[in-house]
Design a protein around this ligand. Sequence first.
Ligand code: GSH
Length: 217
Amino acid sequence: MSIIGKPVLYSYWRSSCSWRVRIALNLKEIPYDIKPVSLIKGGGEQHSNEFREINPMEQVPSLQIDGHTLIESLNIMHYLEETRPQRALMPQDVHKRAKVREICEVIASGIQPLQNLTVLIYVGEEKKKEWAQHWINRGLRAVEKLLSSCAGKYCVGDELTLADCCLVPQVFNARRFHVDLRPFPITLRIDRELENHPAFRAAHPSNQPDCPPEATK
Ligand SMILES: N[C@@H](CCC(=O)N[C@@H](CS)C(=O)NCC(=O)O)C(=O)O
């Protein structure tokens, strides 16, 4: 099968990292197909030999685009930014760019990996909620502090950036683990601002082809 044509996103409906990329694709109005990878069915399709060829980290997302297979959500979003400059998701100003990268990194390196499925399985059923809450709280405290100096309507100023693509899925994860979000008013305000944005809405887990019907209720 040729991988040149419409981009194919290997995605799981509830994966925040896949969701980041879905938002960026939608904002840039890049048509794409979704290939669902179930992270739970049969112990997880991400661990199959076939998928390991696509992503040796055995994680989603992965994007097949322009004849290449890309992994790592931030890398994928920067690739989209570099190859599809329409609807820029990085500011022109160098300091604002640095802020966008800071917020993305805090979420993508400092929060999400600690509450990822494999880590939670390792931590164990009994402790996983407390564990996830601890690390999400710690990370969101940093995000809120960063936002206090750079947020406008959105995370960095008044234009949508990659930071917003990372923030909204992370807030969803925080809610999944029942984190009290009241100490993070700027984070909450931006999340509310974006909840009905069409690109964010279309990328939402409940609007994914592999979302189980019971999860949309
Ligand atoms: N750094 C990677 C992280 C990817 C990642 O952790 N993906 C999660 C879903 S959000 C996953 O596939 N987990 C499956 C597993 O841990 O087995 C990225 O940003 O793409």
